[in-house]
Design a protein. Structure first.
Length: 109
């Protein structure tokens, strides 16, 4: 069972903000919103996981404490953990006791 004692890393969350540059072209700026303790569990096995590894993407589950900030995260957000960039692949899911959120992510690069 995953508990808050397993949140040994630090995750910085970035929210995408859509806008336009001076020439009117669409741009997406990633704005840093907050940093929280996090757990990171790489996924192993399974056909989709193996396929992701072949394309240099590493799927994982990020676990954070559920609070007013982390509940705003959506599948569009980006995380930075230990200097590595992760893209959220789905909206966070609450644990059974509603104290933690789990987020499926993929490491990029």
């Amino acid at each position: 069972m995953f508990t808050s004692n397993n949140l040994m890393r630090s995750a910085t969350f970035f929210q995408p903000i859509k806008g336009r540059d001076a020439d009117g072209k669409r741009i997406i700026e990633e704005v840093e919103r907050f940093t929280v303790p996090a757990g990171l569990k790489p996924l192993r096995g399974g056909e989709s996981v193996m396929q992701a590894r072949l394309t240099a993407r590493s799927p994982a589950i990020v676990t954070v404490m559920a609070d007013s900030r982390t509940r705003t995260v959506t599948s569009e957000w980006v995380l930075l953990i230990s200097g590595r960039r992760y893209e959220a692949k789905e909206d966070p899911r609450e644990s059974e006791d509603f104290s933690l959120l789990e987020l499926l992510v993929e490491a990029v690069g």
